[in-house]
Design a protein. Structure first.
Lengths: 248, 296, 285
């Protein structure tokens, strides 16, 4: 098993608050890893550390080693935009740009000086199971799509940059059950090409989509392993309580 | 290379934005510095004590007298009169819009208030001359109606939109639970309004009044056109008055640059600056106090 | 007796508030009624397309209209870029420290500074220190400064409504911060910014005090549009016709016409702003 994304001894502070404590995690290539845990346990913070989304919060302090393959993500001479090109992200609430559907896909390519053509855009939309629904309305403002469609557009937008990893921060929490299932189906398909890390509150979702699950609590990794094992034979008492719904 | 260029643009943009932020500071500093610099030139020639205590403003006399008192009294009198009219009308209207008006009526009244706010002051001043003035003259049996009362009425109209809008926000943001608690004790709608809602919204309403007052003190065109501009000590609302703003507006057009009289106008402007500043600072203090308790 | 009184009080109470509201509406009605009825008869194509003639007792108000339009455009040119940049700095870059708080406090205070003091500042800085003379350029710069705090405040409110996730979306596909602002944040906030800008400019178009000593002219016989020339403007024209003209009674109808034109200009700008706001809200849902 190859790990292409990992964090070693990661500590994150926001001001005085110590949000991640000595976190060691590895995300295997071409697998889906779910990050679960109660609100405020640091799972989103961990996710965002990988594509350096904390760079712009002046009070965030990050220590530790984060790597993709053997490249240190926080190495000084690496352009942060390159990191984000390699590690895409999908957010909790669909956040399409206030542009046309086509422009939403093209934007990332254009600013990163990547050449593209129409068939490239089509391919990205196809990969996100969206092409058939929008192929006649590529010039339509993306904000007119339904919530589920918007989220798939955001996935297409991330996919278009040919990343190695896609980070997903509760991508279905704002969606209806039908749209959610569609995205989960999509995730299954996407892991053939990409490494996927997904933060979720939904235990069933984690079991449906993830190969590996990491349980976090109060900024620490409490337990990790194969999804089946975590949900069926949890070792840690807190994990047991959490997955059986005693708190959350 | 491409990346370096993008980062360069990013850095340049960041510093440009930052610079504009600092320039705003410089603007306020510049305005104050300009007033101060010219006022100091004035006080090099006229003793501050005379400026503050002389009872006459007559810069064109053979022996010019620069007493700011009549101007301050005039400004205060007109603004005070305006508040006497605008406070009850403003709060009453705000209470009506917030507590009594149906949503449909609200949707009519609010744009009306915005319309009133949009009317340029010079138009209101014009109506002071052609409409309010003759009415006052007839009513009080005076040769003309260009006096403090006229100015007060017009300034009240100018200040009303500010007072209504901010008071309405304040009353509106009082939580429903306050009212419900009052109703539960058997209080009527009116009692609740007077004894519960308005007291709870008081800091916001005071802020509204202070900001309206600041607007009235600093307003130029209406008072310039409608108050007659006789620089005497006014004795009542039927006297003609000459406010600080009107004095600057009239005399700055006539004085040669860099003379004592010219500098004198900056000296009274600095007094005006502080009068409005104090009104606005008090208003801001109460707004902050209000926000603390009723985070909007 | 007691019972009757009790029944009556709510009506009296309600009536009091209704009366205050009615009076405020009455003010507005009287203002509009007087200006519209007396200005309407003067208003004609001639009136808005002819220059003033015969000592302004005849002719139209074309030169004040042109002056006001040019002046408002200049105000826009000077205040919009500056104001938007400053709002971007405050909302997107500035950290919450004493310096930022001081800048915000200055902006609030600037919006409370009387307009006549902006006039004095324009006179001292642009007319004299920068030797631009009494000109439309000086007046436009002065009104630009006056408009600045309003542009900043309304732009910042519009930026504040853009959720953080919109910015992150751009960053996540590799945009720099400036690119995210330029390509995503500003276009999203555009309707809100536009509403504020148009409202601010409508206010500037009606201002008189700041242009009194910075460039407004009693009368000029052509509307050349040169930047270093004095100019006529609608509000100043109205002021002159109603207080300074040698035959005030004779020009009164023209004054009414001017007031009506000014009000129409200002209201049209306000309507534009409300239309943008309305359309934007509708699209938002």
């Amino acid at each position: 098993m190859i790990n292409n994304l990992s964090a070693k001894n990661l500590n994150v502070w926001f001001g005085e608050k110590h949000v991640l404590k000595n976190v060691d995690v590895e995300f295997p290539k071409n697998q889906v890893t779910a990050l679960i845990g109660p609100s405020g346990c640091g799972k989103s913070t961990l996710l965002r550390s990988f594509n350096r989304m904390h760079d712009l919060s002046p009070d965030a302090k990050i220590e530790g080693t984060l790597t993709i393959d053997d490249l240190n993500l926080y190495q000084k001479d690496i352009p942060v935009t390159d990191i984000r090109k390699r590690i895409g992200m999908v957010f909790q609430k669909a956040n399409p740009f206030p542009k046309s559907i086509q422009e939403n896909i093209a934007y990332g390519l254009r600013i990163n000086n990547l050449s593209y053509n129409q068939s490239y855009i089509q391919k990205a939309l196809e990969e996100a199971f969206l092409w058939d629904e929008v192929k006649n309305d590529l010039k339509m403002p993306a904000t007119r799509l339904s919530g589920g469609q918007q989220q798939r557009l955001c996935i297409a937008r991330a996919v278009a940059l040919r990343p190695e990893v896609i980070l997903m921060d509760e991508p279905c929490s704002a969606l209806d059950p039908v749209s959610t299932l569609k995205i989960e189906e999509l995730i299954h398909k996407l892991k053939e090409k990409y490494t996927i890390v997904i933060v979720t509150h939904n235990m069933q979702q984690a079991q449906r989509v993830a190969d590996k699950t990491i349980f976090m609590y109060l900024g620490e990794v409490k337990e990790e392993g194969k999804t089946y094992d975590i949900f069926n034979n949890p070792v840690n008492e807190i994990t047991k309580n959490y997955i059986s719904g005693h708190f959350g | 290379m491409q990346y370096k260029k993008r980062i360069f643009i990013d850095t340049v943009a960041k510093h440009t934005f930052k610079l504009t932020g600092y320039l705003v500071l410089a603007l306020l500093g510049g305005i104050f510095g300009m007033l101060l610099y010219n006022a100091i030139s004035f006080f090099a020639e006229v003793r501050p004590i005379d400026f503050l205590t002389d009872r006459e403003w007559n810069p064109t006399a053979n022996e010019p007298i620069y007493g700011i008192l009549p101007l301050i009294i005039s400004t205060s009198l007109v603004s005070f009169g305006a508040m006497l009219i605008a406070i009850p009308l403003g709060i009453g209207t705000a209470a009506f819009i917030s507590e009594y008006a149906s949503p449909r009526l609200k949707n009519i009244l609010k744009p009306l208030v915005e319309m009133l706010a949009a009317i340029p002051s010079v138009v209101i001043g014009f109506l002071g001359i052609v409409l309010v003035g003759p009415q006052i003259a007839e009513f009080a049996n005076l040769p003309n109606g260009l006096n403090a009362l006229n100015g007060s009425i017009l300034l009240a109209i100018m200040a009303l939109p500010t007072i209504i809008t901010i008071s309405e926000d304040a009353i509106h943001s009082i939580p429903k639970t306050y009212r419900e608690a009052s109703y539960a004790l058997g209080a009527s709608k009116w009692q609740t309004l007077l004894k519960v809602t308005i007291p709870a919204a008081a800091p916001g309403i005071i802020a509204a009044v202070m900001l309206g007052l600041g607007r009235a003190i600093g307003e130029t065109m209406t008072v310039l056109m409608a108050t007659g501009n006789a620089s005497l000590f006014p004795s009542d609302f039927f006297d003609s008055v000459k406010t600080i703003t009107a004095t600057i507006a009239i005399e700055m057009g006539e004085v040669p640059y860099q003379t004592t009289h010219y500098f004198a106008l900056f000296a009274i402007a600095i007094v005006l600056f502080f009068m409005t500043l104090i009104a606005n600072l008090i208003g801001e203090y109460f707004i902050n106090r209000f926000r603390k308790y009723h985070a909007a | 007796m007691q019972l009757k009184f009790k029944k009556l009080t709510p009506i009296v109470e309600w009536g009091t508030l209704l009366l205050t509201t009615g009076l405020v509406c009455f003010f507005l009605f009287v203002i509009l009624y007087d200006i519209i009825t007396k200005g309407w008869s003067v208003l004609s194509w001639e009136f808005i397309s002819k220059l003033p003639t015969q000592g302004m007792t005849k002719g139209g108000v074309l030169s004040p209209i042109i002056g006001t339009v040019l002046l408002t455009l200049l105000t826009a040119v000077f205040s919009i870029p500056f104001g938007i940049c400053c709002a971007i700095y405050l909302n997107e870059y500035a950290q919450n420290n004493w310096l930022t708080r001081t800048i915000r406090a200055s902006i609030r205070n600037l919006s409370g500074v009387p307009s006549i003091i902006y006039g004095l500042f324009g006179l001292a800085l642009f007319v004299q220190a920068m030797s631009l003379g009494t000109s439309i350029l000086s007046a436009g710069l002065t009104l630009g400064l006056l408009s600045l705090p309003y542009i900043i405040t309304t732009t910042e409110e519009a930026l504040l409504r853009i959720p953080a996730s919109t910015r992150e979306a751009a960053l996540a596909v590799g945009a720099t911060k400036f690119e995210s602002i330029k390509d995503v944040v500003l276009p999203s906030a555009l309707p809100g910014i536009l509403t504020g800008v148009v409202l601010t400019l409508s206010r500037a178009a009606g201002e008189t005090a700041p242009i009194l000593f910075t460039g407004a002219a009693f009368y000029i016989n052509s509307a050349s549009g040169a930047m270093n020339q004095e100019f006529m403007a609608l509000p100043y024209h109205l002021y002159m016709l109603s207080t300074q003209h040698q035959s005030i009674e004779e020009v009164r109808p023209i004054a009414y016409g001017t007031a009506l034109v000014l009000i129409i200009v200002v209201f049209l700008m306000n309507l534009t702003a409300f239309y943008i706001r309305y359309k934007y809200r509708k699209n938002d849902q």
